[in-house]
Design a protein around this ligand. Structure first.
Ligand SMILES: *[C@@H]1O[C@H](CO)[C@@H](O)[C@H](O)[C@H]1NC(C)=O
Ligand SMILES: *[C@@H]1O[C@H](CO)[C@H](O)[C@H](O)[C@@H]1NC(C)=O
Length: 546
């Protein structure tokens, strides 16, 4: 098995960190198994409570109160991990299991994308096949998972759901399916549509985050870190394991940045958020910041220069070379306004919902008239947009995109919510896919498609079943979706262990120990690699001498 390129210190560090976790998990499972079988055979009649009482008595006898033992538990977690403390391992067995499974997936990613274990094949676009597969999925989803929802919206107690969670998740699912298929089949003709989808995600970032912070008023750092962690945990490991830059997965920095912007704009002076004019000023300020950074020459370079280490990107296969910060300018620039629009829509959401409720109560004739008018206007606007903007060639389209992407999004929202019934139907299959958009977006690069070397775009397909493109597509898709879904679940499982909510001391402790462990592992791996290189040199030299 050949690997592409030498092993980096980062990869070594992850490996060195992963092995003890894997061993600890196996040990913990063995302990659990042993405990269970012992309880079952030796002491089948003693209930659990008695055992616990017994343990407490022993603790007291040894001079430790239960309180101090709890503090000991929190603080000395790391220490106890290194000592392979049995109780600690048993308590954290599930976390260790999740971490080990996650590590195993990373190994799979590496095997798929950086070794020649599996083959690769060329992308091939066939419009007929592309839409056949997409419609097939819709039909299957409609037949198996059409659901009517009756739960209430977070803003009112009425069951009129306008812009509810099921819908946004379903919406994400639709877009995600087309988005990954666009990559798989290299469907160049849908390029402009993909741009609109990404704008819609960013719109949802603005919408969802604004609603959350505005309604819940929960500006706690722990919550915020959890969100950032959820967005970046998986991608960070992908970058280290595969030697990529963060910007290869541009969706992640983009959402992180816009989430940060919403958090800051609402979090600063959040006492005054109830006042309408303050919100108006905040939103205007967001616009001004974006206009200043992206529309005034040289401001962009000045503002973003310090972040070059994080956001630089060069495509190794590109025929034209751009400056390293061009990619971020282009990607974030395309959707620079739409998140603000999401915030505005979220702000007016309760009001629109009120209108809709009133509209539902008017008599049938008037209601039908109004709804028909709205639909007609939407259709005409949508058609005009399609004719005059969407159909433009991609470079021209990109220039108009930041200023026009709100049109299809608004049309979509209006039409989707036009009737009560329509609003409450969703296809849960798409909703299910929509939940793991982030994971499937990242995973597709390496275990569905194949990039082959650091920072390269995934130009090839991963081929597990050579010479049978459709069977390969099927098998690969099953693995890909399963892995993406598992990683979604694992990320959520590991989240509370890494970023505990509501305990700032523990959070700080975790952050600091995380940094220390990372630095230690990195240093250790540098030393290890150095030693290995010396050995290779030595072997080489002695070969030459012979
Ligand atoms: C905020 O936006 C990010 C990025 O889209 C998303 O992952 C997160 O769930 C959003 N937060 C809320 C509370 O909706
Ligand atoms: C009403 O508004 C949009 C669509 O989902 C929101 O995202 C809601 O999800 C709902 N309608 C649409 C357009 O799907």
């Amino acid at each position: 098995m050949e690997i592409s390129g030498p092993i980096t210190p980062g990869q070594m560090a992850v490996l060195v960190g992963f092995i003890p976790i894997l061993l600890a998990w196996m040990y913990a499972e063995a302990l659990e198994f042993w405990n269970k079988s012992r309880q079952a055979t030796v002491n089948p009649t003693v209930p659990d409570i008695l055992l616990k009482e017994e343990a407490k008595k022993q603790l007291l006898e040894s001079g430790l109160s239960p309180e101090s033992s709890r503090a000991y538990k929190q603080k000395a977690g790391l220490f106890r991990f290194f000592m392979m403390d049995k109780d600690f391992l048993l308590d954290n067995r599930l976390t260790l299991r999740a971490a080990s499974e996650f590590g195993a997936f990373l190994v799979y990613f590496y095997l798929c994308d950086r070794t020649d274990l599996f083959g690769e094949s060329k992308k091939n676009y066939n419009r007929d096949l592309f839409f056949f597969l997409f419609f097939l999925l819709i039909i299957v989803a409609a037949m198996t998972s059409l659901t009517i929802h009756h739960d209430t919206s977070p803003f009112s107690s009425k069951p009129v759901q306008y812009l509810n969670r099921h819908q946004t998740e379903e919406w994400k699912g639709w877009m995600q399916v087309l988005f990954v298929m666009y990559h798989y089949f290299n469907a160049k003709e849908t390029y402009n549509a993909i741009r609109v989808f990404i704008a819609a995600y960013v719109w949802m970032t603005g919408f969802g985050n604004f609603s959350y912070y505005y309604v819940r008023k929960d500006f706690s750092l722990a919550r915020f870190y959890q969100m950032i962690w959820r967005l970046n945990f998986f991608v960070a490991f992908c970058c280290i394991i595969l030697g990529n830059h963060y910007m290869l997965y541009y969706i992640c920095p983009m959402h992180t940045f816009f989430t940060l912007m919403v958090y800051c704009s609402l979090g600063i002076l959040n006492k005054y958020n109830e006042t309408g004019s303050v919100i108006a000023i905040k939103i205007a300020a967001c616009f001004l910041v974006i206009v200043a950074v992206w529309e005034i020459p040289h401001v962009y370079d000045f503002v973003w220069a310090p972040f070059t280490f994080l956001l630089a990107y060069n495509d190794p296969d590109a025929s034209r070379k751009y400056p390293p910060m061009h990619e971020w300018n282009f990607r974030a620039g395309l959707d620079r306004y739409i998140w603000i629009l999401g915030m505005i829509y979220a702000y007016f959401h309760p009001m629109v919902e009120g209108w809709l409720e009133k509209l539902e109560q008017t008599e049938v004739k008037l209601r039908t008239l109004i709804k028909t008018c709205i639909s007609a206007i939407c259709l005409v606007v949508g058609y005009l947009w399609y004719q005059y903007i969407y159909k433009l060639e991609k470079y021209t389209y990109n220039r108009y995109h930041p200023y026009t992407s709100w049109i299809p999004i608004t049309v979509c929202i209006c039409l989707r919510n036009i009737t009560q019934e329509f609003r409450s139907y969703t296809l849960t299959l798409f909703g299910w896919l929509g939940k793991m958009t982030l994971e499937s977006y990242i995973a597709q690069f390496h275990i569905w498609l194949r990039s082959g070397k650091p920072d390269a775009q995934p130009q090839k397909l991963l081929s597990i079943v050579p010479n049978y493109p459709m069977l390969n597509f099927m098998l690969n898709t099953i693995i890909f979706v399963t892995v993406a879904h598992r990683i979604f679940i694992l990320t959520n499982k590991l989240k509370p262990a890494m970023i505990p909510a509501g305990d700032n001391k523990q959070l700080l402790f975790n952050l600091i120990s995380g940094v220390i462990i990372s630095i230690t592992l990195y240093a250790l791996s540098l030393v290890l690699l150095n030693l290995m290189n010396k050995q290779v040199h030595y072997a080489h030299a002695s070969n030459l001498n012979k």
